[in-house]
Design a protein around this ligand. Structure first.
Ligand SMILES: Cc1ncc(C[n+]2csc(CCOP(=O)(O)OP(=O)(O)O)c2C)c(N)n1
Ligand SMILES: [Mg+2]
Length: 602
């Protein structure tokens, strides 16, 4: 049986990049049979074709570390050394955003896991698969070294992350460890995807294997999961959509699969539906398509006028359906069809499930699988197509020196080149850069955890290596500074990537909040910068790139210098380097962004 398109996309074989594979070759150890518990764990990772394990080292998993280097020969998986656990997990997160598949990470005991938590939360909210391996000091107290093994052993380490992982385990034998790795990887990769955590007792890793485990057929433990909707529900949904006067499609979470992308466009065209997408998640619809309405930020109380005729809303796993329905007022009259599996991983700790939306018809299935089925029911051109008239990008020079100048310069320098935007800052406007392919943009950090941008971008760039696509990360200065050491990993492992930094020398998003407070309380607005501005001294971000082996450009302080600097930076990336361009934009957001942020309820 041929698996449906999204299942295939999420299970593409992954090959290690030859340039990366040539690095850090160990002296052969000549080991060929698993002698220790951690060799069994390493064998299980090898059997799953996981190309990389991003890690920050620690003694709690010294057994596993040795097995990967000396038993596996540091290949499949190959270690990617990271300077912070948050970067290690973010890299795996970014890798999954492109490949659709979990990469491995390893983090040291409770302390490494604590550093990793925010990145795990980001991956969780983004519904991205990551296999996080961890370790604890000997569970058997008699085996613990004084002091250090005690502070690095916790009764229930998984409790730190249980609320934002799909599953966790602490196996107590090599056989159980192998099973945990198979189960964890399978769960992580199954839609809705998410991170999993497996904690290995140091003693289990370091103990000799009493007897060899019988070999197993890995494929039999990795059954592909493709969740379709019952035919009757698809027929009902198709009937509602065909009868609608005006459908609004909320093109939400989707795979990077091109076939699914094409089917989504065909469905919108067959229904002559308006389409909305969201910068929170990867590109899900061509933003220059005549049916494309904009991102939620474009939907202001005034523009909702344009949605007045909408009588059916079709959500393709939209991140916040209840929030979107508020565009129509407190009690939306439109019929709502939801296609999503997300409810399957909602829990009581994280409120990332958002508000409870009214839903008239739920298809509990993967939208990438349902959309082609709906299309079959509806037929190709039930309604006249809109005349293609791509959304115009306002290309006139704007005043000052803002993020819009960055967009304009990138458009000029990159022209029609295949680019993947691996990260965009919060203040980005979706009308500035057009997306025409599912890999043009891989979405944001998921959990709103600032600092994820650099690591996610390095992981995405790693997965894109050799694809011919240019990875471009546009990060705020705050985001970059919090995750800056990911740059070293990119440089060290020869992962070409362009960082363009929207450096307003501020955690500016929060200046707006202080402004709002001051206005509400009738206090001086001019104090909003205090405790927000990173000035005196201004941080030299290009130098922070250079200090880690990247090529640094800037500070660029005027618009005219930007395109020439970007040209040089792109040439450096084309030559295999990591480039960091420090653009000193003015503090301030666009009027639309400011309005969206300071609207009532924010
Ligand atoms: C880990 C974390 N700390 C703090 C915040 C609060 N926060 C939200 S946006 C933001 C500012 C980010 O600064 P920057 O990346 O420079 O973007 P800017 O707002 O200046 O455009 C902060 C601090 C957060 N979301 N996550
Ligand atoms: Mg900033």
């Amino acid at each position: 049986m041929t698996p449906p398109p999204s299942a295939t996309a999420r299970a593409k074989p992954i090959v290690a990049d030859p340039a990366v594979a040539g690095l850090e070759r160990p002296t052969p150890a000549g080991v060929n049979a698993p002698g220790f518990g951690s060799d069994v764990i390493a064998d299980a990772l090898r059997s799953l074709d996981i190309p990389y394990i991003a890690l920050t080292p620690g003694a709690s998993y010294r057994g596993l570390h040795d097995s990967i280097v000396n038993y596996l020969g540091n290949t499949k998986p190959q270690m990617l050394l990271c300077l912070h656990e948050e970067a290690a997990v973010a890299i795996a997160h970014g890798y999954a955003k492109v490949s659709g598949k979990a990469m491995a990470t390893a983090v040291h005991s409770n302390v490494g896991l604590m550093h990793a938590t925010m990145a795990m939360f980001n991956a969780w909210c983004d519904r991205m698969p990551v296999l996080v391996l961890g370790a604890t000091g000997p569970v058997d107290a008699v085996k613990r070294r004084p002091w250090i093994d005690w502070i690095h052993t916790a009764r229930d380490q998984g409790a730190l992350i249980r609320d934002y992982t799909k599953w966790d385990d602490q196996p107590s034998s090599p056989g159980a460890a192998r099973e945990a790795i198979l189960r964890g990887t399978w769960i992580a990769n199954t839609v809705p995807q998410g991170p999993v955590y497996i904690n290995f007792d140091a003693e289990l890793q370091e103990a000799k294997v009493a007897e060899q485990l019988p070999p197993i057929e890995i494929e039999r433990y990795m059954p592909p999961v493709a969740t379709a909707a019952p035919a009757e529900l698809v027929r009902q949904a198709a009937a509602v959509l065909k009868d609608a006067k005006q459908v609004l499609i909320l093109a939400g979470r989707a795979s990077r699969d091109e076939t699914a992308w094409t089917a989504r466009i065909a469905l919108a065209e067959a229904l002559n539906a308006l389409v909305v997408s969201d910068l929170k998640i990867g590109a899900s619809f061509p933003t220059d398509h005549p049916l494309y309405f904009g991102s939620p930020r474009a939907i202001t109380p005034d523009s909702v006028e344009g949605l007045n005729n909408v009588d059916v809303v079709l959500s393709l796993d939209w991140v916040d359906l209840a929030g979107a329905l508020r565009w129509f007022g407190p009690a939306p009259a439109a019929k709502v069809i939801q296609i999503s599996l997300d409810h399957r991983i909602h829990n009581g700790w994280s409120m990332d499930h958002q508000g409870l939306p009214p839903v008239d018809l739920l298809l509990s299935a993967d939208p990438d699988i349902v959309v082609p089925e709906l299309l079959k029911e509806i037929g190709k051109s039930a309604k006249p197509h809109a005349v293609p008239s791509p959304r115009k990008i306002a290309d006139k020079e704007t005043v000052g020196f803002t993020n819009e100048h960055i967009a304009r310069a990138l458009r000029k320098v990159l022209s029609d080149r295949a680019v993947t935007y691996t990260h965009l800052p919060l203040s980005w406007d979706d009308s500035w850069i057009v997306f025409r392919h599912p890999l043009d943009y891989v979405g944001s950090d998921g959990g709103g955890g600032v600092g994820g941008g650099p690591g996610i971008s390095v992981g995405a760039a790693l997965a894109l290596k050799g694809s011919g696509r240019l990875p471009v990360a546009i990060c705020g200065d705050g985001d970059f500074l919090m995750g800056v050491t990911a740059v070293w990993t990119a440089v060290h492992y020869k992962i070409p990537l362009l960082f363009v930094l929207a450096n307003n020398r501020s955690f500016y998003n929060d200046e707006l909040h202080q402004e709002r407070m001051a206005r509400m309380r009738n206090r001086p607005v001019e104090n909003k910068w205090i405790g927000q501005r990173m000035a005196d001294p201004e941080v030299d971000l290009a130098a922070m790139g250079r200090a880690q082996g990247a090529v640094g450009f800037g500070p660029i302080i005027k618009a005219a210098d930007l395109a020439p600097a970007l040209e040089k930076a792109v040439a450096a990336v084309d030559a295999g380097q990591v480039a960091v361009v420090d653009v000193r934009v003015e503090p301030g957001y666009t009027a639309a962004m400011t309005a969206a942020m300071t609207r009532a309820g924010n």
